[in-house]
Design a protein around this ligand. Sequence first.
Ligand SMILES: [Zn+2]
Length: 382
Amino acid sequence: MSRRTANRTRVIRALRERGPLSRRELAGIGLSRSTVTAVVDELVGAGLVTEAGGPARGAGRPAQLISLSPALGVAVGVEIANGVVRAAVCDLSRRLLAHDAVAVDERTGPEETLVVVAELVDRLLGGRSRDDVLGVGIAIPGPIQRGTGRNGRATTLKPWVDVNPYVTAAEALKLPIAVDNDANLAAVAEATWGAARGLRDVAYVYSAAGIGVGFILNGSLYAGANGTAGELGHTTIDENGEICECGGRGCLNTLANAASISLNLRRSHGRELSIAEVITLARGGDLGCRRVIADAGRHIGLAAANLYNLLDPELIVLGGNLAPAGEILLGPLRESMARRAIHAGEVLPPFIVGELDQDVVVVLGAAAVVLRDDERFPLPDR
Ligand SMILES: [Zn+2]
């Protein structure tokens, strides 16, 4: 590779990994100002990047930002969840172009689900063809075993247990694929566009059917030796508690996930409420609903204190179906966490609701994995 080609590749990789950058920021990757000027001018001439005014930063005039050209292609993010599939299309300048969701029966098998995914993706591509797609990131609930690439039995998506989603999706969609679990990808989304931008050590607590954590440690996603890192929902809160679907007893999921919150209200409210209904009622002042959400917050706070004591993240972000509860959950959560966390004379990390819309946070993260990785999802040859 000539030096010129190598410098072009470095600039493109920096724009893929970090998003739009000023010329000064590009010089920060270890190129001289004159090299940056030469490479950027060449890339602008070739139509690979565009330069435009970005948002104002500080007091100075807004810096001109270099972005990859939206015409180069798109990244697709897909979420396969319980009862629903979602998808989003983003261009290489990191703009969200389209997104939507389709309901599917929870018992639907992987092949049939992927037919629905393919139709949804083709619809969201609009006038584009699949040739414009650099890759598809796919989010699956629960851990993916690192050795086999299969979904473990702990996944809440029962028809996918023991299935290799990477192989199955690559065959069905005929596109380059990346697969990861939903909590990890939501963490990537907040690190790309939201509350965790620019941070190196972040825990993203994601509540769907169960509660999982996506870890960004030292600036990279951390999956663990077997791919099961972050299964916060299966940490023991009550040794004598109810049996969890993992076979354990008194796991956080048996006390604080959406289903167990709703179950607590069956006697008082006469039927099983959805978690969205519970949160709406709590916001309206319903005491029972406020109480079960606060209790869930206290249990999550206990688990989060252990997480903090072990890993010391600089920020903890809450996302998923419990996030709309906001301070009704987070107040008791922080109190419970503070009681158990080591302080060592320092303040605890902020525990906040994520900045991104809960409907798109996971699919955005799935698309971001493709957008950010120039090695696995290279630009088309020009
Ligand atoms: Zn469990």
